[in-house]
Structure formats: structure tokens, C-alpha cells
Write a protein that binds this ligand. Structure first.
Ligand SMILES: *Cc1c(COP(=O)(O)O)cnc(C)c1O
Length: 363
């Protein structure tokens, strides 16, 4: 078996321990004589898996009782519609556009009401987070929306925007469970799990109970109402059962690492290795304003498309995979999620040093 260091932005690396456990339980889950993907989602066995997953994520984040945790499908992208359909009671919402995902969410929301773009960093290719301390928040805004960690551009909100009392909605797909969060500052937090938690096919929505109502956009499908899923404990219909099972294992793995504070320390250490090198490199350059740098997604360039391509190719030959930047921005991007071991980052930096020596400084 040869595992590579996988720097993919998503679907992304998972902890080896989790994959090994899943492999060991594949044919016979704890004496059931069947795998988790073959069992009824109404069975007691699966209910226990679901209950434990919910209890563990509640524990990790510290989610109070007045928030629901929903395990849904449709990816993060489906939330771009579900959020306005459920939350836009006044048909007004304010969006902070810090990248493609926030932009898509903003565009989708405009189908259901007035979606105001109150700040943007598009003027500098989304390479920074705008000052959000005193934005023109709409008086009748139903919520203020952010994408907290911008997977493609490698920026992260280090302070949450001042929403002037309006509910905050955040897409945390690529920073989910990477550091401690105060969930009470959010009305709704959601993320596709395929970045930092589990396999594609599950999206987790953490939503304050008072926002779950029947007062939704006219014609909203049953499946797109938060209330449908909240009332049914995420079992209105067949949930993404196997994906939830793997997420549950990742939650337990995170607890064994020491929880979110411990994983944050490790993530900071990993990111520092890479950023410190980028800051002193004569060939590679980070593309993000220093104070807005993400701990999870690290984009960098050489300044030459040719050298970038050569780097990605040679890195792959060294077992360092998926370092190509997003198709919309080019260059390189190393996604160093929770499950990326620190040795993987060290190995990447060693390879970058070698590449720099061989290819000289390039301006
Ligand atoms: C990947 C990503 C999405 C899109 O996720 P899908 O599950 O493919 O819809 C949305 N937001 C962010 C921040 C992402 O990283």
C-alpha cells in the first residue's frame, strides 16, 4: 500500500485511522453481518450511529440545546438556495462577497428576494478580506451572509463581521472543525463535509431553533425546508447514511486528538511551516494578504505558468498530489486540512526548497 500526501481541496484527505476502521467494519459492522451501507436507516444500529455522530459534533463545538444539527444532502451548493428560501422573511439579505462560493450564494439568493452585495474583495482577485467592522447593513435584512474560509483563494475571516444585530449565516465548508468556534455568534453555520470532515454527499447545517419555521418562500419543496428535516431528526427520507457514519468516525478521531483547541494548534503549526517558507522563498510567493491567510488552503505561485506546471508535475512524481490551483486562478494550492499529517507539509516544503534550488529564482 502506498499512500500519497494528498493536498486536494475536496474531496480531500481523511485520517488513515478512520479509513482503517471503516475497512475493518466493511463486511460486518459490529456483528450485524452487513455493512453500514447495506442496513436500514430506520434500524436501531443506524439510529445509534446517527445519535452518536450528533452528540460528538455537539460536544466538539459546544453546541447549545437551542441549535439543531441537521445532516442533509445536496452539497454546500444546495444551501445557497435553501438559506434564502427559509430565512428571507423580509425578502432582503446582505452578502459579503469574498470569492466564487460567496458570489454563487449571493447570485442564487437574488432569485428569492433582494440580495445586497455590501462588501467585496473582487477588485483584487479575492486576495483579502474586506474590513467588515462598519458595513451598510440593511435595516430590514433577514441575515448577513459570509463564506468564512475561501477555499479557492485561501483567505479566512479572522474576525466575524459586525452584523449590527442581524443573524449571521456562514459557509464554513473548508474550515469546519479546524478550530474552536463560538456557535452562539452564528444563526446558521453549514458546510459540505468533503473538505475537512468526511466523504462527499453530506452537508451539515447547524441552525438556531427560532429560525426553523413554516414561514418559507412560497412553493419551497418539502425537502428544502429546514423544518422538514429538523422535525424528523434528519430522517425524513433516506439520509446519506454511509457518509454520516464516516463523519461520526472523524468526530471521534478529532476527540482523540484533543478536540478543536488541540487541532487548531496543530493546524497553526502546519500552516506556519508553509507560510514561513513562502515568506523567505526567492521563487515561490503566497498570493494572500498576510493577516487574512487561511490555515486550510494555501495558494502560491512562481510567477511563471510554465514553472508552475513543472512544479505540479514533479511534485506528483514525489507523491505530493493535487497541488494544482483552482482552474479559475491557476498557480498552486496546498490544502492542509485536519487530516493532513505535519510530515506531509514538511515533505512539501522540502520539495519546494529542492525545486527552488534546481530552477533558480524567477522574477
Ligand atoms: C467546495 C465548496 C462549496 C461547494 O460545495 P459542494 O458540496 O460541491 O456544493 C461551497 N462553499 C465552499 C466554501 C466550498 O469550499
Amino acid at each position: 500500500m502506498a499512500r500519497v500526501y494528498n493536498f486536494s481541496a475536496g474531496p480531500a484527505v481523511l485520517p488513515v485511522e478512520v479509513l482503517e476502521e471503516a475497512a475493518a467494519e466493511m463486511l460486518d459492522y459490529r456483528g450485524c453481518g452487513m455493512s453500514v451501507m447495506e442496513m436500514s436507516h430506520r434500524s436501531k444500529t443506524f439510529q445509534t450511529i446517527l445519535d452518536e455522530a450528533e452528540a460528538d459534533i455537539r460536544d466538539l463545538i459546544g453546541i447549545p440545546d437551542n441549535y439543531k444539527v441537521l445532516f442533509l444532502q445536496g452539497g454546500a451548493s444546495q444551501q445557497f438556495a435553501m438559506i434564502p428560501m427559509n430565512l428571507m422573511k423580509n425578502h432582503v439579505a446582505d452578502y459579503i462577497v469574498t470569492g466564487q462560493w460567496a458570489k454563487k450564494a449571493w447570485q442564487e439568493a437574488s432569485k428569492y428576494g433582494t440580495a445586497n452585495k455590501i462588501a467585496s474583495s473582487e477588485d483584487q482577485t479575492f486576495s483579502y478580506i474586506p474590513d467588515c467592522s462598519d458595513l451598510p447593513i440593511s435595516e430590514n435584512a433577514d441575515y448577513v451572509y459570509i463564506c468564512e474560509n475561501n477555499t479557492i483563494y485561501g483567505t479566512k475571516f479572522k474576525t466575524l463581521p459586525n452584523t449590527k444585530g442581524k443573524p449571521l449565516v456562514a459557509d464554513v465548508s473548508s474550515c469546519f472543525l479546524s478550530e474552536p468556534v463560538d456557535i452562539t455568534k452564528y444563526a446558521l453555520m453549514y458546510g459540505g463535509v468533503q473538505k475537512n470532515i468526511g466523504p462527499a454527499g453530506v452537508v451539515i447545517v447547524i441552525i438556531r431553533e427560532d429560525l426553523i419555521t413554516d414561514d418559507v418562500f412560497p412553493g419551497t419543496p418539502t425537502m428544502l425546508k429546514y423544518k422538514t428535516h429538523a422535525d424528523a431528526g434528519s430522517l425524513y427520507n433516506t439520509p446519506p447514511a454511509y457518509g454520516i457514519y464516516i463523519c461520526g468516525k472523524v468526530f471521534k478521531w478529532l476527540k482523540r486528538q484533543g478536540g478543536l483547541e488541540a487541532i487548531q494548534k496543530i493546524n497553526q503549526e502546519k500552516a506556519a511551516i508553509l507560510y514561513d517558507f513562502l515568506d523567505e522563498s526567492t521563487l515561490f510567493k503566497g498570493t494572500v494578504r498576510r493577516q487574512d491567510r487561511s490555515l486550510m488552503n494555501v495558494p502560491f505561485v512562481t510567477g511563471s505558468d510554465e514553472l508552475d506546471a513543472k512544479f505540479v508535475k514533479e511534485a506528483k512524481e514525489h507523491g505530493l498530489e493535487n497541488l494544482k490551483g483552482h482552474r479559475s486562478v491557476g498557480g498552486m494550492r496546498a490544502s492542509i486540512y485536519n487530516a493532513m499529517p505535519i510530515e506531509g507539509v514538511r515533505c512539501l516544503v522540502e520539495f519546494m526548497k529542492k525545486f527552488e534550488m534546481e530552477n533558480g529564482s524567477h522574477v
